[in-house]
Ligand binder design. Structure first.
Ligand SMILES: [Zn+2]
Length: 348
């Protein structure tokens, strides 16, 4: 609880009262799980109960047989299937909006995300998206030019720790940044939407959109500093960068500098899947995961087969467009991520 509150304290001003975070989290989680189901257009950030979108596919939930409301303490149902039918349309929509293939918001189309105005529009949209998923959202304005967007999915059980999942949302000038890194943002949002549907959660999960990765990992470095300064008890930090190219169609991915237990974390999850994912460990840096180890946090980066050579030829170019993204790879990796994090946080 102490650590949960430490995280909440930067996300919410209301964390002064002992236990406030826990007591707030319990009823909201259990009630949103049993309400309406609107599977459409959650990416438009219109619904504050997007967690219910996943409900239709978890129809075998044993805790909701008929009229169980108000009959006693909530009973934890099992985590829903990691392979949710909405993942493809949802990630497709996110990548389209971020890359100018679709309007980000009505009347706003982004050709790239490097200017301060375009990064601000992206940050605002991401914040609204986190809000719509039911996360406790906060802007982390770490400098005059940079703003990370963080969203907390609080644990529902006491005594948990914190796991962090992030992706940078900025681009280099002149590139739509579909592969780099709208795909990573889509992974983060998909994971948030899925984990919010797990009724009983053992740990806090902090989702982050990092700003200014392309000019020196500035956002992730500032976020690592923040976690350190707050004494957050971090299990590990997972960052995703470039998850949209798979020329050979093998769905293999690379785990960059996986710290203790983190390769095995994904390996164990993959083994539970109907379509396991081949994992390759590499020693590649260059992206946000490297910001966290100097502060003592365990970290890992997820990416397409960058070292193996099955990686986008459109890197940092104007041709890094929505049309080049291999959504089979992105969806496959989202399913892996869902499975892995469910194993970590599901308290049922
Ligand atoms: Zn990148």
């Amino acid at each position: 609880m102490r650590f949960a509150c430490a995280v909440v304290s930067f996300l919410l001003a209301a964390c002064g009262e002992p236990g406030a975070g826990d007591t707030d989290a319990q009823p909201s989680t259990s009630t949103t799980m049993s309400s309406s189901s609107g599977a459409e257009s959650s990416a438009a950030a219109t619904s504050a109960e997007a967690t219910t979108d996943v409900e239709p596919s978890s129809g075998s939930d044993p805790t909701t047989d008929g009229t169980s409301e108000g009959t006693g303490p909530a009973v934890c149902g099992p985590a829903p299937d990691p392979s949710q039918p909405w993942i493809r349309a949802y990630t497709d929509d996110v990548v389209a909006r971020l890359t100018g293939a679709a309007e980000l918001t009505p009347g706003v189309t982004l050709p790239e995300r490097s200017t301060s105005a375009n990064r601000a529009a992206t940050a605002d949209w991401l914040q609204a998206e986190f809000d719509a998923l039911g996360l406790q959202t906060q802007r982390h304005a770490y400098s005059a030019t940079g703003t990370n967007i963080a969203g907390l999915l609080p644990a529902t059980e006491p005594g948990g720790r914190t796991v962090v999942v992030g992706a940078h949302f900025d681009t280099v000038p002149g590139s739509p940044g579909a592969n780099d890194n709208a795909t990573g943002v889509a992974f983060v949002l998909s994971l948030a939407r899925y984990l919010a549907s797990i009724e009983c959660r053992a740990h806090d999960v902090v989702f982050v959109g990092f700003d200014e990765e392309e000019i020196g990992l500035l956002g992730s470095d500032a976020f690592a500093q923040l976690l350190f300064d707050q004494g957050t008890d971090v299990i590990a930090v997972h960052t995703i960068d470039q998850m949209g190219w798979d020329q050979d169609g093998d769905r293999a991915i690379e785990l960059e500098r996986a710290d203790e237990g983190l390769f095995e974390f994904y390996e164990a999850a993959s083994a539970t899947l109907a379509a396991p994912v081949t994992l390759h460990g590499t020693n590649t840096g260059f992206t946000d995961h490297v910001s966290f180890r100097p502060f003592g946090f365990a970290a890992v980066g997820l990416t397409e087969e960058f070292v193996s050579g099955d990686t986008t030829p459109h890197y940092h170019l104007p041709s890094d467009t929505y049309e080049t993204v291999n959504f089979d790879l992105l969806v496959s990796t989202c399913v892996l991520g869902h499975a892995a994090f469910a194993l970590l946080i599901d308290a049922a």
